[in-house]
Design a protein around this ligand. Structure first.
Ligand code: SAH
Length: 272
């Protein structure tokens, strides 16, 4: 399912840069305790945020979620439930994955304040932004983190760094609010030239799938596991901040490389 998630109505009750706030969503992946979903909804509402997306929650809908939402039932009722993280962020231009374990992945890592500034900046420029939180027991899987453009780590006690899920949501929601109150321009984004529309998450994932297939076709990995190279390539292209036209150009090059590999014999190994 790749349904684009339409922006919710006015996300900030007090109209602080409402355009930017409405382009922020919080995504909870595989939440195990419904109480945490309710508490996260409450955390968002206190900070004036409104968009919650639930990826395959284990036990939902549930009374406990509504009990812990304590008046944020509207936000909970509006929460979208989707099957996969890829579905939740398909139309996003910036995806930030919150992780309790620092430097676990080869992703650029930000502290919450930097992450909030990035998120608000991107949303104010017209981009859709997601903040992604993992499961209570196991956090986000490596595959899920690979779908994120950067990681966010709350610099907690290194010996006890894992916050309760809803507490982590509260910290990030607070930083988002402060970043908005601190004065991100309220003006609506300037129109982007059609050639420079930023690539959405779904566009980039299509590119990465084709890149992976091409590397196989040209026998780039030579028996090594492809994961490490793909992680580095993802990181490299995340830094490039590609627009749609650039993705099309790169995919054209890959298509030609795939065609040449087929002409050269159709199989990995036959090129050597
Ligand atoms: N045992 C898990 C922790 C899960 S806590 C693990 O080791 O990964 C549930 C979620 O809350 C995490 O996936 C993360 O999204 C968020 N979280 C908890 N502590 C955090 C921290 N210090 N920094 C950033 N996110 C945190």
């Amino acid at each position: 399912m790749n349904t684009p998630l339409s922006p919710h109505g006015a996300a900030f009750a007090d109209s602080v840069s409402p355009g930017a706030a409405a382009r922020l969503r919080v995504v909870l992946v595989g939440t195990q305790h419904p109480g945490n979903i309710g508490a996260a909804a409450r955390a968002l509402k206190t900070m004036g945020l409104a968009r919650l997306v639930l990826v395959a929650p284990e036990d939902y809908p549930a009374d406990e979620a509504y009990r812990r939402a304590a008046g944020a039932d509207d936000l909970l009722g509006d929460a979208l439930v989707v099957d996969t993280l890829a579905d939740a962020v398909a139309d996003c231009h910036l995806v930030l994955g919150c992780t309790a374990r620092s430097r676990r992945v080869q992703l650029e890592e930000h502290a919450p304040r930097q992450a909030a500034a990035l998120a608000i900046g991107r949303a104010a420029a017209g981009g859709e932004v997601a903040l992604v939180f993992g499961r209570e027991r196991t956090g986000l899987s490596n595959e899920e983190l690979q779908l994120c453009h950067a990681a966010v780590h709350i610099p907690a006690n290194p010996e006890y760094s894992s916050l309760n899920l809803a507490a982590a949501v509260q910290v990030l929601a607070y930083e988002l609010r402060i970043a908005l109150l601190d004065g991100v321009p309220v003006a609506e984004p300037v129109p982007v030239h059609p050639d420079e529309v930023p690539a959405s998450h779904a566009h980039l994932e299509g590119f990465f799938t084709q890149l992976g297939d091409t590397l196989d076709a040209i026998d780039f990995h030579k028996g090594r596991a492809p994961d490490s190279a793909m992680r580095k390539l993802r990181r490299l292209f995340a830094k490039a901040d590609l627009n749609e036209q650039e993705v099309r150009l790169l995919r054209g090059i890959l298509a030609d490389a795939q065609r040449m590999a087929r002409l050269a014999g159709g199989g990995a190994g036959s090129l050597s």
